[in-house]
Design a protein around this ligand. Structure first.
Ligand SMILES: Cc1cc2nc3c(=O)[nH]c(=O)nc-3n(C[C@H](O)[C@H](O)[C@H](O)COP(=O)(O)OP(=O)(O)OC[C@H]3O[C@@H](n4cnc5c(N)ncnc54)[C@H](O)[C@@H]3O)c2cc1C
Length: 381
């Protein structure tokens, strides 16, 4: 199990709670939720009551007062549901930390307790139809009008966009200033002019809604600017990418571990030419290769977790671990699927879901081309 050597007793107790929650509240509903394209709201509030949301928030904000290892434990348990369960990580480990790290005292008081309880689901909206990797090219604007901002534009591929009560929106407050003209603004989703577009159909992660969002002159008070100064958005986004990328790598390792365990079980059971697939030397060699690759990736991820918890993980290390883990996830799951033959192509088989769910990890949290560019730049500077 990932990072187990770092666990304390509280992480083991938390693991039991998370495991029970996934067994009882998520796994029985996976197929129905995949059909719905989302999960019911109540599951968030139930998770909140069990202390499974925003695990690292202190008691001051009604948080469970845990640390990043709690998020790792939860990712491990949630991996068993894959894309058939809710994306708690997108809320707890990616979106809410913007408020925790950069919010004003009032913003923290207003939103963090609700986020912990699952009463406010928070999404982060950077990507636009014509600007993903190149964030400086976003066009959504926020114009100052007296004591308000008026937001106009469009976002796409936004995780939890369907259910979100609050969206942290990347906007241009000064279109002429490049990266220095980007700010993050908190937009409550019940404001006039905020419109959810269609839920996008994806090849995997089918219960995790991914939305288009439209902002048609949405008026919010100036206090909704994240932090106190305009023009900080790009730096705020960059500042949280370390944790986002490490979280992505953690999820990749969890998925690989499950895929390999399932495959080992399968090859021992499935008989071909009068013997189990496990009896062929090719199977043994390939699985040995995959296991050693997984182990190497896991050790790298654990090293990064340790550094992150000490506040030492650098942007280039986070890029490298996400690159390595997501690329190897693609290799491992593809090769595991091959052992299943035709069954591996059927949606009912966990390896088929894992194959589809995993693909996005090479695209989101910084596409792997961009990560290579960052790492290359650092190496050659
Ligand atoms: C399931 C899912 C959930 C998502 N959730 C969110 C979310 O919650 N919030 C959010 O804001 N966004 C979200 N995204 C968007 C995601 O972050 C972007 O898709 C990603 O950043 C890539 O941007 P893009 O799709 O515009 O691709 P583009 O930027 O158009 O890139 C297209 C291709 O060109 C390559 N490329 C781009 N620039 C370079 C370069 N300089 N050198 C070499 N190659 C390059 C890229 O690597 C990629 O392969 C989500 C996406 C998916 C699929």
């Amino acid at each position: 199990m990932i990072a187990e050597k770092l666990y304390r007793e509280e992480h083991r107790i938390f693991q039991q709670t998370a495991r029970r929650f996934v067994d009882q509240e998520i796994l029985p509903h996976r197929e129905a939720w995949e059909e719905m394209g989302t999960v019911p709201r109540e599951v968030w509030e139930k998770a909140g009551r069990q202390g499974l949301l925003c695990c690292d928030l202190p008691e001051e904000f009604e948080g469970p007062g845990g640390d990043f290892l709690h998020a790792v434990v939860l990712a491990q348990e949630m991996a068993r549901a894959g894309g058939g369960g809710p994306t708690f990580g997108g809320h707890s480990d990616i979106a809410v930390p913007y408020i925790t790290k950069y919010g004003t005292p009032e913003q923290k008081r207003k939103w963090l307790p609700k986020a912990v309880r699952g009463e406010a689901i928070v999404a982060i909206a950077m990507t636009e139809p014509h600007a993903g990797s190149d964030l400086q090219a976003i066009r959504t604007s926020a114009r100052r009008d007296g004591g308000d901002y008026v937001i106009k534009g469009q976002k796409t591929y936004i995780s939890n966009g369907l259910q979100a009560h609050l969206v942290i929106v990347a906007v241009k407050t000064d279109p002429a200033a490049g990266a220095k003209g980007i700010s993050l603004i908190l937009v409550e989703t019940d404001r006039p002019g905020f419109v959810r577009g269609k839920a996008l159909k994806k090849i995997g992660r089918k219960a995790q809604d991914t939305m288009e969002l439209f902002f048609d002159d949405v008026r919010v008070p100036a206090e909704n600017l994240l932090g106190t100064q305009e023009g900080q958005g790009f730096y705020q986004l960059m500042g949280l990418l370390v944790q986002e990328r490490l979280s992505s790598a953690v999820r990749c390792v969890c998925m690989m571990q499950l895929a390999l365990e399932d495959t080992v079980r399968f090859v021992k059971e499935r008989q071909v030419f009068g013997k189990p697939i496990a009896a062929f030397q090719n199977t043994q060699f390939e699985l040995a290769d995959l296991w050693s690759g997984l182990l190497a990736t896991r050790v790298f991820v654990e090293w990064c977790i340790e550094r992150h918890m000490e506040g030492k993980l650098t942007a280039v290390e986070a890029a490298a671990v996400k690159l390595r883990a997501s690329e190897y996830e693609g290799v491992l799951i593809d090769q595991c699927l091959q052992f299943y033959g035709g069954m591996g192509y059927m949606w009912e088989t966990p390896i088929a879901r894992a194959y589809a769910d995993a693909r996005v990890n090479r695209i989101s949290a910084g596409s792997n081309h961009i990560l290579k560019m960052l790492i290359g730049r650092e190496l050659l500077k």
